[in-house]
Design a protein around this ligand. Structure first.
Ligand code: ZN
Length: 441
């Protein structure tokens, strides 16, 4: 059943390109109504942009609620880069292929299956309420989805414990496989860098005040700049767990030597190196550059857009200071405009949900070696962690894709998930809920 469900979610093509009219999650909300045999509480801030909420009341009003928070939308896919049609949800070699197969419709489908068992009464209710909120618009900052729900209808989704994305595959270590649990994520500090000059004729550039000059020079420096390092306890525990040789481990844990160590690591495993860089640095990626309108006109306006992601302890003031410093003299002429600011949040581990996740991994792998990890990107978890809720991302995968290969499939070509992994993740979630019930009775 879960395979067909995932295929239907992929084929629903809830492609969110960032425009308010895209996404059309109404299609997958209909799929869920079919599955659960009933329409849930639908929240629709704009036509077609539906999120849906279902609740199985708990047996003990004192017990904490648990929220399952999957998203329904996916990012666009360029079929030219794919070996298969990204929205056909073909099955080849034991994998379901398609946009959303790992971000995050695989976990969405697993959550729906497990929630459905409680909804239909096939499983006894948990002590606390079990809430399912399948949301729109995660891929565009949640403005029409999770963020909207928290701001406008908090009573529908409020819960001290949340399961959402990302569930990662296991990592090899000297003591056997260790199982990542996403406990925190970086905070976005997207920024526009604006430049202004004086318009003129392109035939006479001598002494011109071209808006592109300072912008290209200032932003150009950001590509090679060494950005500041933040070492979290999650990073330290990851390095120690992975069992690198003492020399490499020491370098990875020394802010002065970290960049060189990552460069060395990139020779062997460029994808892991990229991840390591992201989860230890204030990353700055200039991704948009606009200026000028015509080849014979000197532009008086130009703008760059930077994707900046920060770890805990960094706020807008720090980000702007870093940008000013890295852009140097050309940056003095540039104006910085915040686009989206959100602090980075992490959840602690001393709570029943962590224990339930650990017990569940033990059930299915014989190991309870959980490894807290950082998500370099942003998920809907932030709207809940920032309110003090504990939020984790978990999944259980077979060994057909490495951690690095898995990361590269996010928003990439040929996104796919093995059928075996779909079943494993469903089993993991089912027993996580079972243990959570016992621990919160
Ligand atoms: Zn996602």
């Amino acid at each position: 059943m879960i395979v067909e469900l995932l295929q239907e979610l992929i084929r629903n093509r809830c492609v969110n390109d960032g425009t308010p009219e895209s996404g059309q999650e109404v299609r997958s909300v209909a799929t869920i109504a079919d599955l659960l045999g009933e329409r849930g509480v639908v929240v629709e801030p704009l036509p077609g942009r539906q999120s849906v909420i279902y609740r199985v009341p708990g047996t003990n009003p004192e017990s904490p609620a648990l929220l399952l928070l999957p998203h329904l939308d996916v990012v666009p896919a360029n079929p030219a880069g794919w070996e298969v049609d990204p929205f056909a949800a073909e099955i080849t070699d034991g994998f379901v292929w398609g946009r959303g197969a790992i971000d995050m419709l695989n976990v969405t489908a697993a959550m729906l299956v497990v929630f459905g068992e409680f909804w239909r009464g096939a499983r006894a209710p948990l002590p606390g309420d079990l809430i399912l909120a399948a949301v729109a618009d995660e891929e565009a900052a949640g403005r029409l989805g999770a963020r909207y729900l928290v701001e406008e209808s908090l009573d529908l989704v409020d819960a001290p414990f949340v399961l959402t994305e990302v569930g990662y595959p296991a990592l090899p270590s000297p003591v056997g496989l260790i199982y990542p649990v996403a406990v925190g994520e970086k905070g976005p500090f997207w920024t526009k860098v604006k430049s202004s000059g004086t318009p003129g004729h392109g035939s006479t550039p001598f002494g011109a005040d071209n808006a592109l000059a300072a912008l290209v020079a200032g932003v150009g420096r950001l590509f090679d700049a060494e950005s500041p390092v933040t070492m979290t306890d999650v990073w330290t525990s990851l390095v120690l767990a992975l069992g690198f040789g003492p020399d490499l481990a020491e370098r990875l844990l020394d802010p002065e030597q970290l960049d060189g160590a990552i460069e060395d690591l990139a020779v062997e495993d460029p994808l892991l190196a990229r991840y390591f860089h992201a989860i230890t640095h204030l990353t700055i990626s200039p991704n948009v550059l606009r200026g000028g309108i015509k080849a014979n006109m000197i532009p008086d306006q130009a703008v760059a857009e930077l994707d900046i992601r920060a770890l805990p302890g960094t706020d807008r003031t720090t980000v702007n200071e870093v940008l000013r410093k890295l852009m140097g003299a050309p940056g003095e002429k540039l104006e910085l405009e915040p686009v989206a600011d959100h602090l980075s949040y992490f959840s602690g581990r001393d709570n029943p949900l962590w224990e339930a996740v650990a017990a569940s991994f033990f059930d299915h792998t014989g190991s309870n070696r959980l490894q807290p990890v950082t998500i370099p990107a942003t998920t809907d978890a932030r709207f809940f962690r920032s309110r003090g809720a504990v939020a984790y991302g978990v999944g259980l995968y077979d060994d057909q894709l490495t951690f690095g290969e898995f990361l590269a499939l996010f928003h990439g070509h040929n996104e796919r998930v093995s059928i075996d992994s779909l079943h494993k993740t469903t089993d993991l979630l089912r027993s996580t809920l079972h243990h959570f019930g016992h621990l919160t009775a």
